[in-house]
Design a protein around this ligand. Structure first.
Ligand SMILES: *[C@@H]1O[C@H](CO)[C@@H](O)[C@H](O)[C@H]1NC(C)=O
Ligand SMILES: *[C@@H]1O[C@H](CO)[C@@H](O)[C@H](O)[C@H]1NC(C)=O
Length: 346
């Protein structure tokens, strides 16, 4: 790998570093008192202040961080970069860097996960500061009764905006990187907001629906991950422009339609993530990665292995089979062993 290329990749991986505080947060035990806030590594001063002011919310933030990492690894499991950087990156100093599509995804999913987990905690009744959304009440135009616990997404979003975005705001909002991160944070939260659903329950004799009560609920987090992954696939490459005295991000290619609030944006194209480089932390390469022989997509052996070829092994897998339903109520299965071909990149 050329020196120029190596420097470039290091810079991109450093983008991902700024959300590493979330990875650290996810690995601490529970956050119970203000003293824990002081000990949390990776938070900036303003975040420590928010932590102390809202200690009871912080445990939800910690769960949100874990949710973000799990979802990132799920969504990227079949790609060359599989979100492993978040675990393996050592600590670096502060570096202002350019941003890739991968960084856009990580910021969006992180901001969304914090909003999601805090909202969940509000609904579950574990927090004093917030509960269900009581602005949702009365009779709907469709004739059902709003009732039950509507998710208080406004509270979760506001908390995510203050806790997650404060890192960018404290750097000054004028750098293109800060603009990119703030935009993607907001797009992540929008992925929840624009997919809120109405859930209902019927009341009446023997399952009739004489009275219907409904409440507003967040989509499952997997759905949020799927939406943000789609935005990743269609992300817009942007550059900073000046409109009057304000700086904005506009599509680099002026023939593309402008991005919306819900789209992801990035400033620099990604590297190919093909090769392991000991001098670039987190650049693991794709040697040894499992690939799909018949797929033409990025999980296929051709693309995943970057043309280096692949090895095939016969491996034994144990599966559940001949499952029988027993009255009532359990399912009993046999264990079957079968040989399957497994392909891994050279
Ligand atoms: C990501 O890929 C690396 C090899 O490149 C592997 O060691 C690691 O376990 C993978 N991580 C996940 C979460 O699949
Ligand atoms: C491999 O890719 C093919 C074609 O995209 C797909 O039908 C198949 O389910 C994949 N196999 C695995 C094990 O993921």
């Amino acid at each position: 790998m050329s020196e120029k290329c190596r420097r470039y990749i290091t810079r991109i991986l450093l983008c991902l570093f700024s959300v590493r505080y979330l990875a650290k947060l996810s690995s601490v035990g529970s956050i119970r008192d203000e003293e824990t806030c002081e000990r949390l590594r990776g938070l900036i001063q303003r975040q420590v202040q928010i932590c102390k002011r809202s200690v009871e919310v912080m445990d939800a933030v910690r769960r949100g961080a874990q949710l973000a990492i799990d979802e990132c690894q799920f969504q990227f499991r079949n790609r060359r970069w599989n979100c492993s950087t978040l675990e393996t990156m050592p600590v670096f100093g502060k570096v202002v860097t350019q941003g890739t599509r991968e960084a856009a995804f990580v910021y969006a999913i992180s901001a969304a996960s914090v909003a999601f987990a805090v909202t969940r905690a509000c609904s579950s009744g574990e927090l004093e500061k917030c509960g269900c959304d009581h602005n949702v009440h009365g009779v709907s135009p469709e004739g059902f009764q709003w009732s039950g616990c509507s998710d208080n997404i406004a509270y979760g979003v506001a908390f995510s905006q203050s806790f997650v975005d404060v890192r960018e705001r404290s750097k000054g909002q004028s750098s293109s990187r800060a603009l990119m991160n703030l935009h993607n944070n907001e797009a992540g939260r929008k992925a929840i907001l624009s997919h809120m659903r109405v859930e209902c329950k019927c009341h009446g004799v023997s399952g009739s629906c004489e009275v219907k009560t409904c409440w507003k609920a967040m989509p499952p987090f997997r759905k949020v991950g799927n939406v943000i992954k789609e935005k990743f696939d269609g992300a817009t490459e942007v550059e900073q422009r000046k409109v009057g005295t304000t700086k904005v991000l506009a599509p680099r290619n002026s023939q593309f339609k402008p991005h919306t609030d819900e789209d992801l944006v990035y400033l620099e194209p990604s590297p190919d993530f093909c090769d392991y480089d000991p001098r670039t932390p987190g650049m693991l390469g794709t040697v040894g990665r499992q690939c799909n022989r018949t797929s033409k997509a990025i999980d296929g052996c051709e693309l995943m292995c970057c043309g280096r070829g692949f090895q095939t092994q016969e491996v034994e897998v144990v599966d559940r089979c001949s499952c029988k339903f027993h009255w009532c109520c359990y399912v009993k299965c046999k264990q079957c062993r079968k040989m399957v071909e497994m392909h891994t990149c050279r």
